[in-house]
Design a protein around this ligand. Structure first.
Ligand SMILES: O=C(O)CCC(=O)C(=O)O
Ligand SMILES: [Fe+2]
Length: 356
């Protein structure tokens, strides 16, 4: 672990990029290149001086805490639908309902995986309000007044952040700044509020339970706001058996690329496996405090078709993938692996399948 000149701890695996010079125009290219370099190497980056106001992030965390502290039967007034009709999760999913897995396709192996170590977390998910195909699932307004409005405002603020980051990535790939924007207009994105209740450190260290199992995300990008508890880890790009911590960096948002971006960029950009366990500073005894995090998943418009990004392929490095429709891709990734027997198992990615 190193300490940055801002006095914060920084994971040696994940770089901190100051987004300010991109936003104020003083060094757009420098920021864009640093960003893309991180996406090529680790698939993860911390962005500081991003445009999301810190008070809004703080307020969203406070509201998430109030939501999760409601009695279970009240939270279940906005239940995640049991059927697989929603391509993305919406509404409230109680503790241990979802267990994330990666590359397990056999039913018996899935059962064993499910039985092993539950993901001890609960979540609430929402998308844009005008989505007629997948309408949001809210609590009655009087239960937590202002919750719906705050989620929607945060959703659209994150969309503004997404546009700026996509512009920087385009520039870093020597493309016109607006290259990615027409593919992300709907937007078919998802805001997720996550709560990991306090848990015995021993249970996590002994693999009796986990916070979120190892997985990659499936979309274009994920923005992750995390509290000060820690525990997020990313797979080491050179050693698949090693996970490096991504500890909280004050004021930053963690940005990572998803499987869709990896495929779209002809594997130039990495979609890296990550998980949440006990913070690495935790001793073997004791209780790990509650963790709250807010991921925002950015997806290309379901109605579009994409081909490998110009500049990511050439005669020497031919295209590895055919053009693909975003809708069937996203539906395929999530739907094909949703199992509604017992706990819901959600495979967030088919990275292996894509690479074949
Ligand atoms: O809570 C976290 O820090 C990670 C969440 C995550 O990776 C996910 O929801 O996909
Ligand atoms: Fe994730």
């Amino acid at each position: 672990m190193t300490v940055t000149d801002r006095g914060e701890t920084e994971s040696p695996a994940v770089k901190v990029v100051d987004f300010g010079p991109f936003l104020n125009g003083s060094d757009k290219r420098g920021v864009a290149e640093a960003l893309v370099k991180s996406f090529r190497t680790t698939g993860f980056v911390y962005l500081t001086n991003h445009p999301m106001p810190q008070e809004k992030i703080k307020a969203m965390f406070e509201l998430a805490k109030r939501f999760f502290s409601l009695p279970e039967e009240i939270k279940l007034l906005a239940p995640h639908p049991k059927s697989g009709t929603h391509h993305r999760a919406l509404g409230y999913s109680p503790i241990a309902m979802e267990k994330v897995s990666q590359h397990i396709y056999d039913e018996t192996a899935l059962e064993a995986h499910r039985a092993k170590a539950p993901d001890v977390k609960e979540s609430f998910e929402s998308g844009r309000e005008n989505d007629e195909v997948m309408p949001n699932i809210w609590l009655p307004e009087d239960v937590l007044p202002g919750f719906k409005e705050a989620c929607l405002e945060f959703f659209w603020d994150c969309y503004e952040l997404q546009k700026s980051v996509l512009k920087a990535i385009a520039l870093g790939l020597s493309l016109p700044e607006d290259y990615f924007l027409p593919f992300h207009t709907a937007p078919d994105n998802q805001l997720r509020l996550l709560h990991y209740p306090s848990i015995s450190a021993k249970d996590i260290q002994n693999d009796v339970a986990t916070r979120i199992g190892a997985h990659s995300d499936f979309g274009t990008l994920t923005f992750l706001f995390q509290d000060s508890v820690g525990g997020l880890e990313v797979e080491d790009p050179t050693d698949r058996d090693r996970f490096n911590p991504v500890p909280p960096v004050a004021g930053s948002v963690v940005v990572n690329a998803g499987d869709f971006m990896m495929r779209w960029s002809n594997d130039t950009i990495r979609s890296t496996i990550h998980r949440v366990r006990a913070p690495q500073t935790t001793g073997s005894g004791g209780i790990i405090p509650d963790r709250y995090s807010i991921p925002y998943f950015c997806c290309a418009d379901l109605s579009t078709v994409v081909d490998c990004i110009p500049g990511t392929w050439s005669d020497e490095r031919p295209k590895r993938y055919e053009p693909i429709s975003v809708g069937p891709f996203s539906n395929g990734v999530v739907q094909a692996f949703i199992r509604s027997i017992g706990q819901r198992v959600r495979h967030e990615a088919t990275r292996g399948a894509l690479l074949e």
